[in-house]
Design a protein around this ligand. Structure first.
Ligand SMILES: Cc1cc2nc3c(=O)[nH]c(=O)nc-3n(C[C@H](O)[C@H](O)[C@H](O)COP(=O)(O)O)c2cc1C
Length: 213
């Protein structure tokens, strides 16, 4: 059966590092025949900041946001490509992740540890992250970079987190080797979705702290 993937490009800078690596990743994923992948620029989608009164989903005027939510709901995979901004992600990506909390968590149910139950168990996640910090330093300080945080959030949302590609090369968009790596990661990711493979043991035991609503 055909697998559908949504690829979110979250850098405001078109054609630069994360956007270019996402294009390579998409080409790699597209080389797997039963995959269709749609690229969307997140900053083209107006999304209000999270408020208590919009916690359950998009409001009527958030037409494009609703469309995106519906696409994600019916997708098998979600790829997020983002730069590192101040040890985190651009504000519009952070806001998007806050706003889709209703999609990720069932706050009416609790597991045996009192934690809300994640609802994204059918969604395969992958992250492409670019930064100015060299990759070797990011490996040591992994907990201070977006791949770690993104993984934590989406595991909390119950998703299948497949992996992340980080590069600290600020001219990654011109680097053939890194572009090729992104292409190969796209291929592998699509294969895993195609075969409906599960996640590794570390994802299964990821500690989810309790959260009170
Ligand atoms: C506002 C801003 C904040 C940044 N903060 C960090 C940071 O905390 N850590 C880091 O490694 N790189 C940081 N960078 C560098 C970018 O992550 C890096 O240039 C990245 O490759 C840009 O990706 P893009 O071309 O896809 O936009 C920052 C860049 C900007 C513009």
């Amino acid at each position: 059966m055909e697998k559908r993937i949504i690829a979110l490009s979250c850098s405001p800078s078109r054609g630069r590092n994360s956007d270019t690596l996402l294009d390579e990743f998409i080409q790699g994923a597209n080389s797997i025949s039963c995959t269709t992948i749609e690229k969307i620029y997140l900053d083209e989608i107006p999304i209000d900041y999270y408020r208590h009164d919009n916690q359950h989903g998009p409001h009527e005027h958030e037409v494009k946001f609703r469309e995106l939510v519906e696409k994600i709901e019916s997708a098998n995979g979600l790829v997020i490509a983002t730069p590192t901004y101040n040890f985190s992600v651009p504000a519009h990506l952070k806001n998007f992740i806050d706003r889709i909390r209703f999609l990720g968590l069932d706050l009416t149910q609790k597991n045996m540890f009192g934690q809300p139950v994640g609802k994204m168990s059918d969604l395969y996640l992958y992250f492409i992250v670019t930064g100015g910090t060299p990759s070797w330093a990011q490996k040591i300080l992994f907990f201070a970079f977006p791949p770690f945080w993104l993984r934590g959030v989406f595991l909390y949302y119950g998703a299948k987190v497949i992996g992340a590609l980080y590069t600290g090369n600020i001219r990654a968009f011109t680097n053939t080797r890194i572009r090729k790596t992104a292409y190969n990661h796209g291929r592998k990711y699509a294969r895993r979705i195609e075969k409906e493979m599960g996640t590794h043991i570390l994802e299964k035991i990821f500690w989810r702290p309790p959260q009170v609503e």
